[in-house]
Design a binder for this molecule. Structure first.
Ligand SMILES: [Zn+2]
Length: 113
């Protein structure tokens, strides 16, 4: 299950971050997920609840924010919204491989004390 491995790396990152910042209780974790990352949110939350037990993340809220996929067109020097079925620039119709958002999964913010 893909979500389990994501969450276990997220929890590792959070624990490391908490050690560096002297946080002893995590209240909220915000993840940003690209809209094409094909992650099932409820599976993520389920994985989080089971993997965070007995750790610093236990009881924390997991917030998942969706990030719209964007690509950069070198011809127009503009960013445009990428659709799954249409990856060409809407202005000049050239194909862009320069995707700036949309596939990533990143740990955005940790709140705690
Ligand atoms: Zn263009």
């Amino acid at each position: 299950m893909h979500e389990l491995s994501i969450i276990s790396s997220v929890i590792n990152m959070v624990e490391e971050n908490c050690r560096d910042n002297n946080i002893s209780k995590v209240e909220k974790i915000v993840l940003k997920m690209g809209e094409f990352s094909y992650i099932n949110n409820s599976a993520l939350i389920f994985a989080f609840e089971s993997l965070s037990k007995d750790g610093i993340c236990e009881g924390a809220t997991l917030d998942i924010e969706k990030v719209i996929a964007m690509a950069y067109c070198k011809n127009c020097n503009k960013e445009f919204h990428l659709e799954f079925s249409k990856k060409e620039c809407p202005i000049c119709n050239s194909y862009s491989m320069d995707i700036t958002n949309g596939y990533e999964m990143l740990l955005y913010r940790i709140e705690g004390e």
